[in-house]
Design a binder for this molecule. Sequence first.
Ligand SMILES: NC(=O)c1ccc[n+]([C@@H]2O[C@H](COP(=O)([O-])OP(=O)(O)OC[C@H]3O[C@@H](n4cnc5c(N)ncnc54)[C@H](OP(=O)(O)O)[C@@H]3O)[C@@H](O)[C@H]2O)c1
Length: 199
Amino acid sequence: MRIIAVGGAGTIGKAVVAALSDQHEVVVAGRRSEAVPVDIRSTDSVRAMYQQVGTFDALVSTAGDAHFGPFDTMTEAQLARGIESKLLGQIRLVLLGRPLISDGGSFTLVSGYLLNDPIPLGTSFAVANGGIEGFVRAAALNLDRGIRINAVSPGMAEDSREEFADFNPGRLPVPMDTITSAFVRSAEGWRTGEIIRAW
Ligand SMILES: NC(=O)c1ccc[n+]([C@@H]2O[C@H](COP(=O)([O-])OP(=O)(O)OC[C@H]3O[C@@H](n4cnc5c(N)ncnc54)[C@H](OP(=O)(O)O)[C@@H]3O)[C@@H](O)[C@H]2O)c1
């Protein structure tokens, strides 16, 4: 398959690209990508990405960010960062990509454990993750031409342990291949409307 990996240069994205590259042609897109630059917060930018890439059979997204900080001082604008980037940005990939993806193609978005096991600084992530999972379940009922959609919900990634362990007391890091195999299962498998938990 020809697979677009949006956010494929990030911590999880790099591992996902490595896991898919043996069997598939993977096109890496991202904010800082020289080959296929895209900012998922912008409709024009996502349209330009699809125009540049051309035909594709699957898209895996490990892109998007959100505000990480104290609830007491969190502003609406800070909360909106996760909505505009991680939530709406990934939804935009589907809305603009659905007429272009091959018959039987698949979209795989990323949510995360902070929805189900929230931590005090992670409200913006919890909100974005909840939106992604709701979107995936509903979109699966509506996509035609055999197009599938799933979300992978990673736990705290092994490669992010140093960055996040202090904020997640007692949480075991998830091996990278547990996370990457969830993306592979979504892209190569048959299921749709599923939230694949990698934790
Ligand atoms: N790491 C974890 O333990 C963990 C656990 C659960 C869920 N998650 C979720 O998994 C996703 C990836 O996490 P990560 O740790 O791999 O993060 P990361 O290392 O920061 O990578 C994020 C990737 O997304 C891209 N990106 C961010 N904003 C973008 C935008 N507006 N347009 C296009 N690309 C954008 C970045 O591209 P540039 O580098 O070019 O800016 C980067 O390649 C995030 O949504 C995160 O919430 C992560």
